[in-house]
Design a protein around this ligand. Structure first.
Ligand code: AMP
Length: 281
């Protein structure tokens, strides 16, 4: 695997690849890699000649400096995983390579910016679009692969790509889970043994809502989901929403594509998860 830490050296290398008409698949990450990340690399591998992964813990998307400081950084293990996962190129820049001092960024990304995750993490999606815009400009991928795990992020990046006419095709990949249902996440490292058990209530609740899904009883489903999560010790819900997958506003019985999304603190660790209740649009 070729490893680059500067955009100039990566850019030169990728230009030579593009000159031979090879396609580039891109998987942006913040590292602390797990099987979920590797599944994105695998999917990129299937439809592209070269696969680029970036590992960059992006400061501008953290509204809580403590959360940024605490974010797991495991670069040695990550490199081993990527080599095993057949990744061709790793881009692992320092912050100074991506940002100048005092950079300002604001993009109109629609009201979804302020809903659900946006409400609990003000400015988060401005930071996400800022770094993804920069990474897309550096890598210039044909296709970029993101997880459904961060569904709202995928929606907002899609909005940006459309609005700015960026020449990249986005692919949303399924959520990889542990055998007991917990969605894989870099943050799971922080869960204590007790937290790890309590965290199962999130996927259990989503599964229950999916199994009992009825368009006539969305309020009842949400009420029962809220009850299930709030009765789990050590778990504090930020939101559980049954939403229109196109707008993230609460769904009605007539909404075409419906998704249930949850965010909760489990012990000191904030986790998110989701499941489609009716087909993706
Ligand atoms: P992160 O490193 O957490 O920023 O995630 C990088 C990419 O991996 C994002 O597109 C995530 O949605 C995706 N991802 C994270 N967890 C999973 C998972 N359990 N299954 C599939 N994709 C995931």
């Amino acid at each position: 695997m070729n490893i680059f830490t500067t955009k100039h050296s990566l850019g030169q290398f990728l230009q030579e690849i593009r000159d031979t008409n090879k396609t580039i698949g891109f998987v942006p990450t913040m590292g602390a890699l797990h099987e979920g990340h590797l599944s994105l690399i695998e999917q990129a591998r299937q439809t592209n000649d070269e696969v680029v992964c970036s590992i960059f813990v992006n400061p501008s998307q953290f509204n809580d400096p403590k959360d940024l400081e605490k974010y797991p950084r495991t670069i040695e293990a990550d490199i081993k995983m990527l080599e095993k996962g057949n990744c061709d190129i790793l881009f692992n820049p320092p912050v100074s390579e991506i940002y100048d001092a005092n950079e300002k960024w604001h993009l109109n990304i629609g009201e979804a910016e302020h809903l659900l995750e946006g409400k609990f993490r003000p400015g988060h999606y401005q930071g996400v679009t800022q770094v993804v815009y920069k990474l897309f400009n550096i890598v210039k991928p044909d296709k970029a692969f993101f997880g459904q795990k961060d569904y709202q992020q995928f929606m907002i990046i899609s909005h940006m790509v459309k609005q700015l006419n960026m020449p990249v095709k986005l692919v949303m990949c399924p959520i990889l889970r542990e055998a007991d249902g917990l969605a894989m996440s870099s943050r799971n490292i922080h869960l204590t043994a007790d937290d790890r058990q309590h965290a199962l209530i999130l996927s259990k609740t989503l599964n229950w809502v999916k199994a009992n899904f009825s368009r006539d009883n969305l309020a009842g489903l949400k009420q029962e989901a809220d009850r299930m999560i709030s009765s789990e010790p050590g778990v504090e819900s930020d939101y559980f929403e049954i939403a229109d997958a196109d707008t993230l506003h609460p769904a009605t019985g007539h909404t075409k594509s419906i998704i249930a999304l949850v965010a909760a603190k489990v012990g000191k660790t904030r986790l998110i998860d989701n499941v489609f209740l009716s087909p993706e649009s």
